[in-house]
Design a protein around this ligand. Structure first.
Ligand code: UT7
Length: 326
C-alpha cells in the first residue's frame, strides 16, 4: 500500500463551451454521430492566448485553497500533460512562474491520458511517511491547440481542462490500497503528434502535411484501451482484496462512453458507481480523472472514507489502475 492523504482538490475548465452542433458548423459531423459513438455532448476550448500552464495554475490554486494552504507551501509540483506549453522548460516550471512560487522541484510526467495516475504514484513515494510534505499532482491539457479540424475522426473527441490534487504523507489507512502501471512502446505510433520533436523537427513541410496535429488510429486505440483499463482494474481489485461491489465511486479515464461501458462489463462495476464528466467536457486526457474527482467531491458523491477505483489509458501506450481509500 502507498499511504497518503488527499487534502485538497481543484479543477479549472475554460468558459468557452463548444457543443457538437457548434463543431458541426465547420466539421462534417453531427451531434447524433458524436453522441452515439462517444457519449460526448460538448467540450471546452481555451482562449487563443492561453497555455496549458494557465489552466494548471488555476486548478492548483483552487486545490491549495481547498487544502487550506498557499501554493508557496507546496514541496513539489507535478504536472501530467501531453500538451505542454513548450518543448522545454516543463509545464510545471511555467506553472511556478504563474503561481509566483520558487524553490520546490517542479516537473512534468508525460504518459498521455494516464499522466495524472503516473504522477500520483510518483508523489506518493515522495510524501511516504512524512505528514509535513505536500505535493500537488495536476493533470492539465489543451488539446484544442493540437487538433486537426480537417480530421473529423479525432477533432470531435478532445477538450481542454485541468484538475489538481494535493497529497500529504500519513500513517493512516488512506492512499493507494493497490495499484499497477505499465506501458507498451511497441504501440507508440498509433497515437502521436508526428512532428515538432527531435525525430521530425517542425518545418514548412511538416506543417503543410499537418504533422503538428494529433494522429490517431482510433479503432486500434479503442481495442487496447478496453483491454488495458479493464485488466488493470481487475488486477487492482484482486491485489487490494476488494470486490467491484465494494467500490463507492468508479472514475475511469473518460475518453469514450463505449470504452467506459466495455470496462463496466469486464470489471463487473455497475453504472450507478460511475462518476462521469465526459458528456460535458469530452476527453480531457490527463485532466479527466482529477477533474471528475474534484466534481465528485464537491457534489458530495466522493467523501473521506470512501473507496475509489480509477483506471486510465493513454498514448505510449500507457495504462494504470488503482484502488484508493480516501
Ligand atoms: O484517451 C484515448 C484517446 N483515444 C480514444 O478515445 C479513441 C478511441 N477510439 C474511438 O473512440 C473510436 O475509434 C472513434 C470514436 C474515434 C471512431 O469510432 P468508430 O466506431 O471506430 O468509427 P470509424 O472510425 O470506424 O468510422 C465509422 C464511420 C466512417 O464512415 P464510413 O467509412 O463507414 O462511411 C467514418 O468516416 O464514421 C465516419 N466518421 C464520422 N462521421 C461523422 C468518423 N468520424 C466521424 C465524425 N462524424 N466525427
Amino acid at each position: 500500500m502507498q499511504r497518503f492523504k488527499i487534502i485538497g482538490t481543484g479543477s479549472y475548465l475554460p468558459d468557452n463551451v463548444v457543443t457538437n452542433d457548434d463543431l458541426a458548423k465547420t466539421v462534417e459531423t453531427s451531434d447524433a454521430w458524436i453522441r452515439e459513438r462517444t457519449g460526448i455532448g460538448a467540450r471546452r476550448f481555451a482562449p487563443e492566448d492561453a497555455a496549458t500552464s494557465d489552466l494548471a495554475a488555476q486548478a492548483i490554486r483552487r486545490a491549495c485553497a481547498d487544502a487550506g494552504i498557499g501554493p508557496e507551501a507546496l514541496d513539489a509540483i507535478i504536472v501530467g500533460t501531453c500538451t505542454q506549453d513548450t518543448i522545454f522548460p516543463s509545464t510545471a516550471c511555467w506553472v511556478q512562474e504563474k503561481l509566483q512560487v520558487r524553490g520546490m522541484p517542479a516537473f512534468d510526467v508525460m504518459a498521455g491520458c494516464t499522466s495524472w495516475l503516473y504522477g500520483l504514484k510518483v508523489a506518493a513515494d515522495m510524501v511516504a511517511g512524512n505528514a509535513a510534505l505536500k505535493v500537488a499532482v495536476c493533470g492539465a491539457e489543451m488539446f484544442s491547440k493540437i487538433l486537426d479540424f480537417q480530421d473529423r475522426r479525432t477533432c470531435v473527441l478532445f477538450g481542454d481542462g485541468a484538475g489538481a490534487t494535493i497529497i500529504t504523507g500519513t500513517d493512516g489507512d488512506t492512499g493507494l490500497l493497490s495499484s499497477n502501471w505499465g506501458s507498451d512502446g511497441t504501440l507508440a505510433s498509433i497515437l502521436k503528434v508526428p512532428a515538432g520533436g527531435s525525430a521530425k523537427p517542425s518545418s514548412h513541410a511538416t506543417v503543410d502535411a499537418r504533422e503538428h496535429f494529433v494522429y490517431m488510429e482510433g479503432s486500434k486505440v479503442f481495442r487496447h484501451a478496453v483491454t488495458a483499463m479493464s485488466s488493470g482494474m481487475v488486477q487492482a481489485f484482486s491485489d487490494a482484496d476488494v470486490a467491484a461491489a465494494d467500490i463507492d465511486v468508479f472514475i475511469p479515464h473518460q475518453a469514450n462512453k463505449r470504452i467506459m461501458d466495455a470496462c463496466l462489463d469486464r470489471t463487473r462495476i455497475q453504472e450507478h458507481q460511475v462518476f462521469s464528466v465526459l458528456e460535458k467536457y469530452g476527453n480531457i486526457s490527463a485532466a479527466s480523472i482529477p477533474v471528475a474527482m474534484d466534481e465528485a467531491r464537491k457534489a458530495g458523491v466522493l467523501d473521506d472514507g470512501h473507496t475509489l477505483a480509477v483506471t486510465a489509458f493513454g498514448t505510449g501506450l500507457t495504462w494504470g489502475a488503482g484502488v484508493l481509500r480516501m
